[in-house]
Each structure stands twice: as structure tokens, then as C-alpha cells.
Design a protein. Structure first.
Length: 78
């Protein structure tokens, strides 16, 4: 059995086009699709966006450093 791996980004979830494959016309192949984990850079960008969004919430704007330190101390003593 020959195996061939190709990575691509889905642009249209209704259509996936594979090209330049190392198989001949008439070859019977099996296609298995496995979603890979996002790249570390993409994960970091998602986290950065989440943190910015969270920090912009009105309730986050009234927190002081003392409030944060007090909450952290309370969690550590549990």
C-alpha cells in the first residue's frame, strides 16, 4: 500500500479539490480526512483576541490591582 499525505486549507466546505496527486488514472484510492490542530501561531492569535475582548468588557474595567491580588490570594488559600 502506498500512502500520500497532502495538507490543505478548506476554503469551501462543500467542495475539496485535490490536484497533482501521485496516482494514475484508474487507481483505486481511499480518502481519509483528519482535521489537524491549529498552528501555535493561530492558537496564540485566538487567545490574544479573546483576551482583548475580555479586557474590553465593562466589568473588567473596574478591577484594580488590589482586587486581582486579593482574589489570587483567596484562591491560593483554598
Amino acid at each position: 500500500m502506498r500512502a500520500y499525505r497532502k495538507y490543505l486549507t478548506i476554503e469551501n466546505p462543500k467542495l475539496v479539490t485535490l490536484s497533482d496527486l501521485p496516482f494514475a488514472a484508474g487507481d483505486c484510492i481511499e480518502v481519509v480526512m483528519i482535521a489537524t490542530e491549529p498552528s501555535p501561531a493561530a492558537q496564540l492569535e485566538t487567545l490574544h483576541t479573546l483576551l482583548k475582548t475580555t479586557q474590553a468588557l465593562p466589568q473588567a474595567r473596574v478591577l484594580t490591582d488590589a482586587d486581582i491580588a486579593s482574589e489570587a490570594a483567596a484562591v491560593r488559600t483554598r
